[in-house]
Structures are given as C-alpha cells and as structure tokens.
Design a protein. Structure first.
Length: 404
C-alpha cells in the first residue's frame, strides 16, 4: 500500500517558470490516491493558469485570503486538513517570507498556521540560490524543522547551467513518501524517554537543579509517538505540555527517576536518557527552612547520586541504551568514554559553548557516536529534527541487534 494513500497534500505553487512541473506533481500524487489542494500565489498565475491546475487536481484552486466568503477561514481550514504542505516550486521570495515570519497571502498564512510537515522544493537562478541571504534563510528554516528537497544541478531558465533547478516531480513525490513511511517505522516498539532536570532538595524551600528545559526529551517522545512507538515519558519539573499518548510520570529527584526507570526498563525496547540528572545531592535534608540570621556563609556537603545509565547498562540485554553528553571541553573524548564505560549503544553529544546548542534553546547541534564506531556530526537544527535523526539511528541499531 502506498505511503501516500488517502493523504491530504496542500500544494503551494509560486512564481517560477518551474510552475509547469506542478501539473506532473499533482498527477503523480493523484496516482498515489492523494487528495491535492492547490494554493497559488498571484505570481504563479503568470506562469500557469489556475484552470489547468484545477482540472488536474479536481479541486478548486485557492488564490486569495479574501475571496472565499463561502468557505470560512480558508488558511485555517487548509492548515488543518493538511497531512503535508508542499511548496513546489518555491522561489527565493517565498523562502524569505517564511523565514521572516511574514504572512501576507494565502500561502504564507497557511504555512504559519499548519502543524503538518512543510516541504520546500526551491527553484531559482544559481546566483540567487547562492546568495548569502537565501542560504541564511534556508539554514534558518532547516533549523526550525522545515524540509528541503533540491535544488539540483542542470540547465536553468536563463539557459545557464548550475544549481537551482527544481527537483523532478517523481523525486519530490518520493521525498513525501519517505516522510510518511517513517511515520510508523517504530510500530510495535516501546521506549522510556527521560526529560528535564532533577531537583535535589536542600530544605523545605530550596533545591539544587540545572538549566534543562526538557525540550529535547519531549521532542524525542513526540517523534517516537508519531512513528508508532509506545512511550513512557519520565520527566523532571518542566513547563511543557506532554504529547498526547505518552504514559507520563513526573518526578523530582534523581532517585525517583531511577525508581521509575527500573519499574519499566525490562518491558521496553530501549531507554533514551535525555534528562539532565543531578550527579550529586545534599547529604542532609534540613527540615523547615535554613535561616540566614547569624550566618555569613553556609556549607553543603554533597554525596553522589546513583548512576542510572551505568546501572541499566549492566542488564540491558538487547535493549538500545542512549545517553546524552553535554560538555564544555573535550567533547568527543568524553562522549567516547561515556559510550564505553556505561555500555551504551548511542551517545548524543553537544558542546554547551556552541551558539544555539544546549539548554533552553529551540535548536541543538549534536554529534552522534555509536557502539559500532560511527561518528555523525549534525548541523544546527531544531530539536525536533535532532529527535528525528536520533530515532533514525535507534531504528538502525535495533534492527542490527535483532539480526544477531
């Protein structure tokens, strides 16, 4: 069965000579039993007539925000119905508008409103594609989770040869298929995902913690759910709403997190330890509140918390065990040591000194190191994109384990 069967694809067509290829994209999508909802910018209508698009798609072409009185709020309805939003061809102009948060027509408002994957197939002159502003916009959008297919090398509309030619319709449709095929590739698998910080109490009003927001762990949990896995999410204190469908446990301390993990570990296929667990806790908990009167300083004696990863690494069996390694120096060396010493299958390492990486950000820049010796550096991208890459690697490792 086709990955695209019964999917709703919103197709945005912008003002490029490659707009004629939208006809073939629609035909291929219809052959996959998709329903295609065309949206055209004003500029696109100079290159191909809406009646042509409407005839192939067998759906009314949406051209404006303000001429759909009978259809409610069109950009909201399109954004809601979409299983994916494809912009092909995508000009430098539309890429720049989306990157800048501009929503001044039917296509850009639909992009801003949708929660579906957005796929962009650029088409432009090579000089435009190589313009630093365009590349900056593309990098920004990739970091936010937008997906790009192409452009390719080839003959351009100006008769020059270079990079900027829109990918062929079949390749674009295959790219969409890949997105949906990954949606259920973890069906039947189950994972514990940990997220957020832990808090180690000092007294009734104070605790020791760290800057973790939980965004990375929650992104992993959401991605795993979307791909068909069952997820036990064990989280320290965060301000994030959990994804619908997880089995949620909220904890405070490292010891509480350890207990919950031990409770579920033998019933899952893997543990993804994205939480920033405190290495130490105060030796003594002070009942009540420590008063400042009569004190110029206070000394806290700390003791080591249990090393959860090290403990489960000794009894993991065929489960995949993933750890995180956040460092400010000697990143790869520390990550390799953690991989070996704790019997991990995969380490996600990030340098906290790098801009856009680490705690509290919407993005991350990580290196994946696995037990087979593979090292893969990922560019700066959204934490959801990082989660996608992590789960792709976990799927690969799980398949290899069960081949043995």
């Amino acid at each position: 069965m086709s990955e695209l069967k019964n999917k709703n694809i919103v197709l945005g067509i912008t003002g490029s000579i490659a707009a004629y290829k939208a006809v073939e994209i629609i035909r291929l999508l219809k052959d996959e039993n998709c329903r295609v909802y065309p949206v055209m910018t004003r500029s696109a209508t100079y290159f191909i007539h809406p009646l042509t698009i409407q005839s192939i798609a067998r759906e009314k072409v949406t051209l404006s925000l303000f001429k759909n009185k009978d259809e409610g709020i069109k950009h909201i309805s399109l954004s809601t119905v979409a299983d994916a939003l494809l912009i092909a061809p995508a000009t430098a102009n539309i890429i720049g508008k989306i990157a800048g948060g501009i929503a001044d027509d039917i296509l850009t408002t639909t992009v801003m409103a949708t929660r579906a994957p957005v796929v962009i197939a650029p088409a432009m002159n090579e000089r435009m594609w190589e313009n630093p502003l365009v590349q900056q916009n593309v990098t920004k959008l990739k970091s936010l989770g937008y997906r790009f297919v192409g452009p390719e090398e080839g003959r351009l509309a100006c008769q020059d040869r270079g990079k900027g030619r829109m990918s062929e319709p079949a390749e674009i449709v295959d790219f969409l298929k890949e997105i949906f095929s990954r949606r259920k590739d973890l069906q039947g698998k189950s994972f514990i995902v940990t997220a957020g910080p832990t808090r180690e109490p000092v007294d009734m009003v104070r605790f020791i913690s760290n800057y973790s927001s939980g965004k990375m762990g929650f992104s992993i949990a959401e991605e795993a759910l979307e791909r068909g896995a069952e997820v036990v999410l064990i989280t320290g204190p965060t301000c994030i709403d959990p994804p619908k469908g997880v089995k949620l446990y909220r904890v405070e301390t490292a010891q509480q997190m350890r207990d919950r993990i031990k409770e579920h570990f033998h019933h899952v296929d893997g543990l993804i330890m994205a939480a920033a667990v405190a290495d130490f806790r105060p030796l003594q908990f002070y009942k009540g509140k420590i008063k400042k009167e009569g004190r110029d300083r206070i000394t806290l004696e700390m003791v080591k918390n249990p090393d959860i990863l090290e403990e489960v690494g000794k009894v993991k069996g065929k489960r995949v065990l993933v750890g995180f390694c956040a460092e400010t120096e000697n990143l790869l060396q520390k990550a390799k040591e953690k991989l070996q010493n704790k019997n991990l299958d995969l380490v996600v390492a990030n340098d906290l000194t790098q801009e856009g990486a680490g705690f509290g950000t919407e993005t991350n820049k990580v290196v994946l190191l696995d037990s087979r010796g593979e090292v893969k550096s990922l560019p700066l991208m959204s934490k959801r994109e990082v989660a996608r890459n992590i789960l792709d690697h976990i799927k690969y490792l799980l398949d290899k384990k069960w081949e043995k």
